[in-house]
Design a protein around this ligand. Structure first.
Ligand code: A5P
Length: 242
């Protein structure tokens, strides 16, 4: 591991303290999440914790299998104990932008169903405002319409993500991504936008995350732990029996 990765490794290592025997763990996607997956594999091989893991992308699934973690799915488990993932931007009120790696939909599906969502980042991801690009996963069938509507409602400069000219990036779900540059002032605006974008027919999910229970900010010599006291309250999850 090179020195530049040390803060990421420190954040990922700190996330191991949330793992207990027999847990179901949500595994994120990206460089920081990969380090966590590798460390978790090492720990499983050493301590035989009987973990099961739900990965948020095909590449995370491959990595998890290669380090000896047991993969599961929503058919087998009813509840994720802890989800651990990176982020592209983190605001002081615990809102996130995610999805530069294109795995945002599965990442949100897993994070929002976990009892605890732990975010692992280096300091470069901490911003005063939620400023940057919001990736939006959309069905190719609806693509031109969704792009027009995103441009009219929230991001004039939104554009379809390309692998090469004329060749759109394709997600694990067979969809396309619109990258929509935005500046979001605060968590209530972030929540409004998150749900507003998802209400556009043809949109599968967007990269605004308004849920994070813990943010672990890795630095060279350790890690800062930020705990969200706000609680997580999507009404449909509140009364759900395990
Ligand atoms: C993947 O779709 C993303 O949400 C990543 O989790 C996020 O981009 C952070 O990745 P890095 O740890 O590679 O910066």
């Amino acid at each position: 591991m090179n020195m530049a990765d040390l803060p990421k490794e420190n954040a990922a290592r700190a996330a191991l303290s949330f793992v207990r025997r027999g847990m179901c763990i949500g595994l994120g996607t990206g460089r920081t999440a990969n380090i966590f997956t590798e460390l978790l594999g090492e720990r499983e091989r050493r301590e035989h914790l009987g973990l099961s893991c739900i990965p948020t992308s095909m590449r995370t699934e491959e990595l998890a299998e290669s380090v000896g973690l047991h993969i599961t799915d929503f058919q087998e488990v009813r509840r994720i104990d802890v989800a651990v993932d990176g982020a592209d931007v983190v605001s002081p009120d615990f809102a996130l932008l995610k999805g530069m790696g294109g795995a945002l939909s599965r990442e949100k599906i897993v994070a929002y169903r976990a009892k605890k969502f732990v975010v692992i980042v280096d300091e470069g991801k901490m911003k005063k405002k939620l400023e940057g690009t919001v990736p939006i996963e959309e069905m190719p069938f609806a693509a031109p319409a969704v792009l027009r509507e995103i441009r009219l409602t929230c991001s004039r400069n939104a554009a379809v993500r390309l692998n090469a000219p004329g060749s759109p990036f394709v997600t694990d779900n067979g969809n396309h991504i619109i990258d929509a540059p935005m500046r979001i002032a605060n968590i209530s605006q972030a929540e409004r936008l998150e749900f507003m974008i998802n209400n556009i027919p043809g949109v599968l999910e967007n990269g605004i995350f308004t849920r994070a229970d813990v943010v672990l900010v890795g630095i060279e010599k350790g890690c800062r732990r930020l705990v969200n006291r706000r609680g997580f309250g999507f009404p449909y999850l509140r009364n759900l029996k395990a």
